[in-house]
Design a protein around this ligand. Structure first.
Ligand SMILES: Nc1ncnc2c1ncn2[C@@H]1O[C@H](COP(=O)(O)OP(=O)(O)OP(=O)(O)O)[C@@H](O)[C@H]1O
Length: 318
């Protein structure tokens, strides 16, 4: 399904809205869904909001929108609490749950109702339907839509008010590869127009070629907040094979490195360069059979970073 191209809009005065979370916390009984989260989401970027299932992403997005009341802390958009300003699709567009629509309605009727409730003209409905590639099925009942089509409809609803702030919760779910590419291009264009684009996902691979900044959370807490380039740059390790693994591990540890056995009988070393490891091995007369610098894929780096906070590792229950 090809999405129609829409020319970039010029939006004087309405772009540049910073989202600021300060010590934001949400507890549901004994569960702390969001735990003392302080971070800033800037305009003009696609910020990926990453974390394993149950990390607290949806709850955070709902608190930004004023749909869920925080237990503690604050969240503001352009310096104002969302609940203190007129709500509506002109201020922030969001895709939270693509399944949360009336299946009996057509796509056009669904968007027209939303437009009417927000003082948005009918012409904009046709515009966003074209933009997300649903113009051809505008009169079909949503009940017969695939998950990918529902995601496109949810994105159309988020775009309806032409807002400066856009939040998307797992927008890639159910999309085919062409759909994924289209969504990435759309997000990049929206950020290029100066909007604030905050996109949650539990898969780092979805954020490649899309997000330029990353916020990573686990069990409701902030794990990392950095640019994609910074994130990628920190993920270097050195693969080492030696017949004297225990002796080398001790030598490297004394120099501030950290060595762990890999599945193939070798060692994975972090914290020291290949050159330094080679020099240390020579100085201690330890033979090396392999010394290779490796840069982990973003996905591997993400898995490593969040391993301690995965709620259901390997499908086990708590
Ligand atoms: N309304 C609620 N009542 C009770 N617990 C909740 C509620 N909403 C969320 N939680 C709990 O809070 C935690 C965070 O959930 P949340 O949906 O925000 O995470 P998430 O990162 O969006 O995960 P997922 O990718 O699985 O949707 C989970 O442990 C969840 O069970």
């Amino acid at each position: 399904m090809a999405a129609g191209a829409t020319p970039a809009r010029h939006r004087p005065g309405s772009v540049g809205e910073v989202i600021e979370l300060h010590a934001l916390t949400k507890r549901y009984g004994p569960t702390t869904a969001v735990d003392d989260l302080t971070l800033t989401v800037r305009p003009g970027h696609v910020t990926g909001f990453l974390g394993p299932n149950g990390a607290g992403k949806s709850t955070t997005l709902r608190m930004i929108l004023g749909l869920t009341r925080p237990t503690g802390g604050t969240v503001t958009v352009a310096g104002v609490r969302f609940v203190d300003r007129p709500r509506g699709l002109r201020h922030a567009g969001a895709l939270l749950d693509a399944g949360d629509v009336h299946g009996g309605r057509s796509a056009a009727a669904h968007l027209t109702a939303l437009a009417r409730g927000n003082g948005i003209g009918r012409a904009r409905v046709d515009e966003v339907l074209r933009e997300v590639g649903l113009a051809g099925v505008a009169r079909r009942r949503i009940g017969g839509f695939s998950l990918g089509m529902r995601q496109r409809l949810g994105i159309a609803a988020a775009l309806l008010g032409d807002p400066p702030v856009l939040l998307f919760d797992e927008p890639f779910n159910g999309l085919d590869p062409e759909g994924v590419r289209w969504v990435r291009d759309l997000f990049r264009r929206l950020a290029g127009e100066g909007r604030t684009v905050f996109v949650s996902s539990h898969l780092m691979s979805e954020m490649e070629n899309c997000a330029d900044r990353l916020v990573v959370i686990g069990r409701g807490r902030l794990i990392a907040e950095q640019s994609l380039a910074e994130f990628a740059g920190t993920r270097t390790s050195v693969a080492v094979r030696t017949p004297e693994a225990a002796a080398l591990t001790a030598v490297l540890a004394a120099e501030g490195g950290s060595a762990h056995p890999d599945d193939a009988g070798g060692l994975v070393v972090t914290g020291l360069t290949a050159e330094r490891i080679g020099d240390l091995a020579l100085a201690h007369r330890i033979a090396l059979h392999e010394l290779t610098t490796r840069t982990a894929s973003l996905e591997e780096a993400f898995m490593e970073l969040t391993a301690a906070s995965v709620e259901y590792p390997g499908g086990k229950t708590r």
